[in-house]
Design a protein around this ligand. Structure first.
Ligand code: NAP
Ligand code: MG
Length: 402
């Protein structure tokens, strides 16, 4: 078979620990034999981030903005222990945070659905993708404990010094108070990313807030989404045969539970924090969750939702066998390759991405899987494979398909 030729490079961001080991193996076994792989490589491993004073993360994010598609391995977000372990010049910021800030993007998380790893909610036969707004509200709040009776007000002082006041509460005793904010620009970017991703994946988009109670704050979210939709996306949605659906958050939760999945659920920051943990744990495994960062202008960066799997890495370094699940990382690559194929009009690349995913799914459905899945599968007598045997098994299935 001739190798598939690429046109535009993928921005490849290498990472840390066990996922860095898997990254190499995925490339060697599942990509390089079949694709004339064209990437612009950035080493986001902590050692190189430290050596470049984190310049490499900024360069990788800018390259992703330039080319439009990136694929990223999990990376260490340093804490004090890591500063000591890697003798860091400083506690470098989370690469994902840096990339998200530069691309102004929203993260979409989707479970990989396979037979044998059954969701707790029986009727969820298709994946539910959660999009979480990553700015403001509770996460940038200001709080105060009120010790005793007194008046609390919201005060806005305009640039010209004029004031606007709103009574929060006339306290007669002790209590608590909280101030939250958000920015129209941030909500607009979130809306664009959601509509873009719905179009890219041809799935309905759901959005929900509590606008009946929060008539100004939450209602602004609802209004901005509606304005952006009508102004830029309504006709594209109609052409794609998908819908934008707005409802109240409690109604959304009830409908989600009864749905069969297959849509994107856009959530405000807090709702997304809570609901993404609920949805991902109900679907079975963090190791089977993909993640894609989408910018308002339609730049895509793919990765696995899990971290660097540190514990397995130290076993690996000690020469012990590991059984680390590489499926979400494989799907990060297939997602990026498919997108690149779409943008460059390379059909073979899209077909390859589909087959790579099918090969991984087929491997699991045939009973061959890593330990994390073997522990939760409903299939009888699963065969537990080590990290590398699993990837080789996927390759065998892939070769049979090609
Ligand atoms: P983690 O790497 O996701 O791993 C937590 C545990 O979940 C593992 O110890 C393992 O459980 C299980 N697990 C996760 N992924 C797995 C896989 N692919 N296959 C099998 N089991 C898997 O999270 P963490 O230990 O909290 O974080 C480790 C490092 O990752 C940290 O330095 C953190 O900063 C970084 N991190 C990076 C990202 C990112 O780049 N997107 C995201 C999260 C965390 P068992 O040990 O029980 O087998
Ligand atoms: Mg959470």
């Amino acid at each position: 078979m001739e190798k598939i030729v690429m046109q535009t490079p993928l921005v490849e961001m290498d990472g840390d620990e066990m996922t860095r080991i898997l990254w190499q193996s995925i490339k060697e076994e599942l990509l390089l034999p079949f694709i004339d792989l064209k990437t612009e490589y950035y080493d986001l491993g902590l050692k190189n981030r430290n050596e470049t004073e984190d310049r490499v993360t900024f360069d990788a994010a800018n390259a992703t903005a330039k080319y439009g598609v990136g694929v990223k391995c999990a990376t260490i977000t340093p804490n004090q222990a890591r500063v000591e372990e890697y003798d860091l010049k400083q506690m470098w910021k989370s690469p994902n945070g840096t990339i998200r800030a530069i691309l102004d993007g929203t993260v979409f998380r989707t479970p990989i659905v396979v037979k044998g790893i059954e969701p707790v909610v029986r009727n969820w036969t298709k994946p539910i993708t959660i999009a979480r707004h990553a700015y403001g509200d509770l996460y940038k709040n200001v709080e105060m404990k009120i010790p005793a009776a007194g008046k609390v007000e919201l005060v806005y002082t305009a640039a010209d010094g004029t004031e606007k006041r709103e009574l929060v509460h006339e306290f007669t005793g002790a209590g608590v108070v909280q101030g939250q904010h958000n920015l129209n620009k941030s909500i607009e970017s979130f809306a664009h990313s959601c509509f873009q991703y719905a179009l890219a994946t041809k799935q309905d988009l759901w959005f929900a807030t509590k606008d009946t109670i929060s008539k100004k704050y939450d209602h602004t979210f609802k209004d901005i989404f509606q304005d952006v939709f009508v102004r830029e996306y309504e006709s594209q949605f109609a052409a794609a045969g998908i819908t934008y659906f707005y409802t109240l958050i409690d109604d959304a939760v009830a409908r989600v539970m009864k749905s069969d999945g297959g849509y994107i659920w856009a959530c405000k920051n807090y709702d997304g924090d809570v609901m993404s943990d609920m949805v991902s744990s109900a679907f079975g495994s963090l190791a089977m969750m993909t993640s894609v960062l989408v910018s308002p202008s339609g730049v895509f960066e793919y990765e696995a939702a899990h971290g660097t799997v540190q514990r397995h890495y130290y076993k690996h370094l000690a020469g012990e066998e590991t059984s680390t699940n590489s499926v979400a990382t494989i799907f990060a690559w297939s997602g990026a390759l498919r997108k690149r194929g779409e943008l460059d009009g390379i059909k073979e690349l899209e077909v390859f991405a589909d087959k790579l995913e099918q090969a991984a799914i087929q491997t699991i459905e045939s009973g061959k899987m890593t330990k994390d899945l073997a522990l939760i599968t409903t299939l009888e007598d699963p065969q537990v494979l080590d990290s590398f045997s699993f990837i080789r098994e996927v390759r065998a299935n892939l070769e049979a398909m090609l």
